[in-house]
Write a protein that binds this ligand. Sequence first.
Ligand code: GAR
Length: 193
Amino acid sequence: MGFNLAILISGRGSNMLNIIEACNNKTLSSKVKIVISNNKNSSVLTKVEKKGIKTKIILENQINKFEKKLSQTLHEEKINFVCLAGFMRILSKGFLCNWEKKIINIHPSILPAFKGLNAVKKALEKKVKYTGCTIHYVDKGVDTGEIIDQRIVKVLKTDNEERLAKKILKEEHILYIKVIELLEKKYNYGKDR
Ligand code: GAR
């Protein structure tokens, strides 16, 4: 029941840990089968392993080599849905065509505003009154895929990048679970199947 999930990360992994928690406490029907990182310094992976979840670090500069190893791992683990959570690499069209509408990403802005790196900083520089986070399907562009859902955060005069990023992250954690739940139902992978 639920998806066989793989979560791809590059850093801190707070969204990833939050998804694992929601699967473990049955808020979600899915199972996190593996967490894959492209960063050899992912200390958060030790935490994941302690929870009995497999981890893998894939270090390949060339995207085709990276994707070959990634495909193999996803296949071995019988993954049918992939969540990008702070994963900072662009996947190629060739790879993505096998995973259409099966890979989602979270981004710390109200897309299509502030795509790419430093989204929180860019929002502050533009003096927007509201920003937030978006979950979208991953396509070959950078943060251009079809939007699934968003949450709004009000920007206060007292906000700096760190404070605003923290407020957005809190909403990201809520949004990610809400969206996976929605997609479990949509793909008929929900609790009542
Ligand atoms: C999150 O804010 C996520 O939206 C952002 O990286 C952070 C990862 O935090 N992703 C991007 O900027 C992708 N373009 P986490 O590792 O604690 O989940």
